[in-house]
Structure formats: C-alpha cells, structure tokens
Design a protein around this ligand. Structure first.
Ligand SMILES: [Zn+2]
Length: 231
C-alpha cells in the first residue's frame, strides 16, 4: 500500500481532525504527506487529478466477514483486504463466525499471519464469546485477547442464557475490550420469514416481532450497566 511519491491535485479534502472541508493539493513523498497547500507544482511525481472528488483518510469498516478459515470460496482474508483497499478502506474489524470460529488462539494467529501479507493494512480480528458460538461455554477470552482480538462477538447467534451473558461481561471487563452482541430471542423469532406487521399478516408469512430484539437489548443493557462494561 505504500505510495512512494504522489501529487493529488484539486481534490476536496475532508479532514476529520479539524472537521473542515476544503480544496487543496497534497504532496506525498516516501509514503508520508509532506505538504497540503492550495496549489503545489512539483515535477517527478505521479499526478492524480482529483478535481470534483473527495480525498478522505483511510476508512475503517467495523463489521466485515472475511470467511476464512472455512469458506474460502466466498472470501479469504487476502481477497477481503484487497477489496477493502479498492474501496478506500485500510482498517477492518473481522467477525468471528468463521469455520472453525475464532474461539481458539491458533485461528487468531492464522488470520493475523494472513493480514501481514498486505503491509500497512490494519486487520482487527474479533474472538467469539462462547465456544463454537453455541452460547453456553465461554471461550478462552484471556488467551484470545493476548493473541490480538479487539472485541468478542458470537455474531450471527444470540446468547440466550442470561447467566452466560453475565459471566461473559464479567470476564470481559478486566480485559478492557467490548462485547459486540447479536440480540435476538430465538423463542420469538424462530421460523420467522420477515418483519412482523401489516405485510406479514397480509402475505400470511411468519413474522419476526421487533420485541425479539428489544427484549434482549433490555436484558443486556441492564447487565452491562450493572457490571460496568461497554457493549
Ligand atoms: Zn455480521
């Protein structure tokens, strides 16, 4: 990803630090921004004409599925990172519902080893909350954290048992990283084909009530507040 020398002309810069938006030229040398000014004329650089375009810092996607290991036919760590770069993203948080899931330190090691194939790319793996995302036995959260996960999630599957969620929050707290939760009460949503409401009734389809999500959000908000963890 390293850009050795480049001159970006007349782009509209969106600066998230100053929260300002303005048109300017950007001079990059040895992979570093050297100058930002209304007009820069310098020879010997690759020139990118960006008139009418936005110039943004590398974007971050907080929720992606790279599917490796297990479903390399859909996506690999490498193909996902390349797609991200083409879309302007340089940092990804990748979810844990691979096959096997990220419930073992060796899976974290593998993903991070693949990530290093694209120098400069920032890939942040998420570990599972429970073993095999089954919602019962907690993962080795401490070991996963040590190996480099930045959050825990059973994304795609809810944790139906309140005590398991409570224990997960208690273990997570000293590790200083958040839980990312899939909130769904399966007893209310199971078999659902669409949102429960006027159209599900009209079409005679089994609906999923909003309450199937809201009830678990209430539960986990109360638990998180009581334990004092971010979710
Ligand atoms: Zn997801």
């Amino acid at each position: 990803m390293k850009v050795s020398s480049m001159l970006i002309k007349e782009g509209v810069i969106h600066d998230p630090v100053t929260k300002k938006k303005y048109q300017a030229d950007i001079l990059i040398e040895d992979g570093q921004i050297q100058e930002v000014a209304p007009t820069i004329d310098r020879k010997g650089h690759e020139v990118v004409e960006a008139k009418g375009l936005w110039v943004l810092p590398g974007l971050i996607d907080m929720h992606v599925h790279l599917r490796e290991p297990g479903r390399e036919d859909e996506e690999t760590v490498l193909s996902g990172m390349k797609a991200a770069i083409n879309g302007g993203f340089v940092s990804l948080v990748c979810m844990a519902n691979t096959d096997p899931p990220v419930d073992d330190p060796s899976v974290v090691d593998y993903i991070l080893a693949e990530a290093r194939k694209v120098p400069g790319f920032r890939l942040y793996p998420v570990g599972t909350i429970t073993k095999d995302r089954k919602g019962s036995q907690l993962s080795e959260m401490y070991l996963l954290r040590e190996r480099g996960v930045v959050a825990f999630s059973d994304d795609g599957s809810p944790i139906m048992d309140a005590l398991t969620m409570r224990r997960a929050m208690e273990y997570c707290k000293p590790l200083g990283i958040p839980l990312i939760l899939h909130e769904e009460d399966l007893s209310l949503s199971e078999g659902g084909q669409m949102h429960e409401g006027f159209y599900s009734t009209l079409l005679g389809r089994h609906g999923i009530p909003s309450l199937s999500e809201e009830l678990v959000v209430f539960r986990d908000s109360a638990l998180a507040e009581a334990i004092g963890v971010p979710v």
